[in-house]
Design a protein around this ligand. Structure first.
Ligand code: LMR
Length: 335
């Protein structure tokens, strides 16, 4: 009889708590700039499902994709102010925040393959870089993949000289600025949400991006030529407002960490396939001529872009570069 009473009491307490949490869940506003149908968009949706399930409804994750709430620069300010709790900006967008070392991920031809990339993100360098966010009131939770970038314009881009004088949109990274200049192009920083229209109206002539971003933003509809160059990488840091994160009940934080771990695995698993499918979509749309660089052409691009590594060594930090060099096992700075 006693046990039965205890059980009822426990159930009632659990119900009361559940009810209270259901009325007043902890809300995580997760804002990002890409479409739902991308590696990041799908990763965010998976995190929402897993987080809400793991916390039994104590946490509600609200997703705001496609720059619905904020554009690139504003979303970082919003996170610091606590207007949103979670973001996953591209690693190329942390310079304005004062964490410029993330721009090592933008160095042209730095990662020979994904395995080399993971040695960096999952190793001490990845941890070290995330730790640099903390003095800014931000905690880094995970690295999410997108993929390797291709170049597009309304003219074929094969030789380095084809870039001469082209206005090329870049993310807000000084490394990408140097990269475009090394090719002879004029880089222009634009928020992701502004790229399609800027291409359509001729504000810029071309872009670099992953197939999934190009396709889901319909950029291929306003670019006649795409060159498969895989010259650079786009990936993300999933970040939270540190004060918010530290104030969570420890059990909830643990459940969210578990959900993030699973969502990261999922997002990184699907990234390549999403990009392959997007490339197929671009091909099928029939509006863009797709060209793959020959090994000789790629060598010419690589040679033109190698000085960027040396040029950026002071900005990115010699130690960071040396650590990446070790992890990727390719020479980073021209000696
Ligand atoms: C871009 O601005 O091109 C990308 O960083 C967008 C994104 O989040 O993938």
């Amino acid at each position: 009889m006693k046990t039965k009473h205890l059980k009822i009491l426990v159930l009632a307490a659990a119900f009361a708590c559940g009810g209270a949490f259901a009325q007043n869940p902890i809300v995580i506003k997760f804002s990002h700039v890409v479409a739902n149908d991308t590696p990041k968009g799908k990763g965010a949706q998976r995190f929402k499902e897993l987080a809400e399930k793991a916390t039994n409804g104590r946490v509600k994750v609200e997703l705001y994709p496609n720059s619905q709430l904020y554009k690139d620069k504003e979303e970082l300010e919003a996170l610091q102010l606590g207007a949103v709790q979670m973001l996953a900006p591209s690693l190329a967008k942390f310079g304005p925040l004062g964490v410029k070392e993330f721009e090592v991920f933008d160095l042209p031809f730095i990662f020979p393959d994904k395995a080399a990339l993971y040695r960096v993100t999952e190793g001490p360098v990845g941890k070290e870089l995330m730790a640099r966010l903390e003095p800014k009131g931000i905690k880094g939770l995970a690295y999410w993949d997108n993929g390797f970038k291709e170049m597009t314009a309304n003219k074929p881009l094969r030789a380095v000289s084809d870039f001469k004088g082209l206005k090329m949109r870049i993310q807000s990274s000084k490394v990408l600025d140097a990269q475009m200049r090394a090719l002879g192009a004029n880089p222009q920083v634009l928020a992701f949400s502004e790229v399609y229209q800027s291409l359509q109206t001729g504000v810029v002539d071309g872009v670099e991006n992953t197939p999934s971003n190009l396709y889901t933003q319909k950029m291929h509809e306003v670019q006649k030529h795409l060159t498969v160059s895989d010259h650079g990488y786009i990936g993300y840091a999933v970040i939270v407002n540190k004060k918010f994160w530290d104030s969570l009940p420890p059990d909830v934080r643990g459940q969210l960490e578990g959900a993030m771990k699973e969502a990261t695995k999922y997002s990184n698993q699907i990234a390549q396939e999403e990009n392959d499918q997007a490339m197929e979509g671009i091909r099928k749309a029939g509006k863009t001529t797709i060209y793959t660089l020959t090994p000789a052409e790629k060598e010419q691009w690589r040679a033109a872009l190698l000085p960027v590594r040396k040029e950026m060594a002071a900005r990115l930090g010699k130690d960071t570069i040396a650590a990446i060099e070790k992890a990727t096992a390719v020479p980073v700075a021209a000696k």
